[in-house]
Design a protein around this ligand. Structure first.
Ligand code: ZN
Length: 118
């Protein structure tokens, strides 16, 4: 990370905005994809109770009827952790807990990181 925090915040939020737009534009189903643990996908499938503020006009088409349980919008997660990489194949919707779990895995998709439960 750089020392210029303001800058970091700025490009990060820009990256997230771009990521959300990319996911919407690609009609990615608006539900949490879960996370990967020890090479296995732990499914989730949760989605938001309400459409997010930046929902596109076609939001109903990508919003599953099941599991509308979250009080907040799903987060656009960058699989590579590179917020400048906003191609659809590197992006997924995640709920906050799954986003956290996925982030705890690895930064580069190699070496396994043990998850500590407190
Ligand atoms: Zn989830």
């Amino acid at each position: 990370m750089t020392k210029n925090d303001d800058n970091v915040k700025d490009w990060r939020s820009t990256g997230r905005r771009k990521a959300r737009k990319e996911l919407f534009n690609n009609y990615a189903e608006f539900k949490c994809v879960g996370y990967v643990k020890d090479g296995k996908v732990i499914p989730c499938g949760k989605t938001s109770r309400e459409p997010p503020k930046d929902a596109p006009p076609w939001f109903d088409e990508i919003w599953p009827l099941d599991n509308r349980v979250l009080d907040y919008s799903l987060q656009a997660d960058h699989e590579t952790k590179d917020v400048m990489q906003n191609d659809i194949q590197h992006l997924n919707w995640r709920c906050a807990p799954c986003h956290k779990m996925q982030d705890k895995q690895t930064s580069k998709g190699e070496a396994t990181v043990k998850i500590n439960y407190f």
